[in-house]
Design a protein around this ligand. Sequence first.
Ligand code: HEM
Length: 297
Amino acid sequence: MMASITTGRARSGYGAMAPSADRLAWYFLRLSGGLLVILALAHMFITHYLNVPSETTFDFVANRWANPLWRTFDWVLLMAALWHGLIGLRYSVTDYIRRAGWRVFALSLVWITGLVFTGMGSITIFTFDEAAARDNLGPLAGQIWIAQAIGGSLFVFAIGTYLGALALVLWVARSFRAGGPPIYSGDPGQYAWVMHRATGIGIVFFLLVHIIDIMLIGLGQHIYDESVEFYGNVFLIPMEIALVGAVIYHTLNGLRIMVIDFWEMGTRRQRQLFWAALIGSVVLTLPSAIIIFLAEL
Ligand code: HEM
């Protein structure tokens, strides 16, 4: 079932009608999603098509951040992606966590994560001092283990991605052998929804690791470049390409959801739109896969 807008409105203390949190979240996901189509795709085009992730070194970032407009662009992108992703996680929390106490705990965790990562990301972007970082003079500048710990978390993320993919293939093979549908008997729209959720959650968790690895730039050129080198590791490359595919699918299907929400034609054509999103994702991911493989192997 696709998460849908709730019609209920909460009463404010003054008796006026205020929109419910669910309704606000619903609109926020659409507004921020629309903004992300431009910002996230532009960012990914620069880092995964014009360059490859392992080339986004200290010099690359320092060069961009010399221009305050790029700092502003990166900050707006970060805020839109972080809060869109975390508000999106609300759907999973309310769908899967039934006990009131655990739900409050999980939602609180989502908010605390949002506030902490907003602070970390904003400080990194706006306090970056190129000369000081280039000289590697800070108290933690020599602590290369920090870069290696971030690299390690990328490996954990990649292993999770590959195990998830393997489990999916085994599940589909088992279903075919049993003569059933590949995953469950449902309309393509349900597959679209499951993939939208899975890609959304995957991107949020990668974003949190990515905010931490960008933070290392403030600790010095040495640590930062050491962490960026991990992106050239052969084991991590399939995960990086899967991530590009996930962002593209989520973007195209997000646009499909908005067409369904706001135009009657969208509901009639939702199946064709799903196939278009799926084929579009494969076609648009392929050039990045080729560019990354050619650069790294
Ligand atoms: C790039 C353009 C993007 C567009 C157009 C987009 C669009 C959308 C839309 C329309 C929804 C609401 C789905 C619904 O109401 O059922 C949504 C949900 C969601 N989005 Fe995005 N999104 C984008 C990027 C991102 C990014 C960068 C992240 C992660 C940081 C993300 C994570 C999520 C999550 C976790 C959900 C909740 C999915 C669910 O549980 O149903 N999205 N997105």
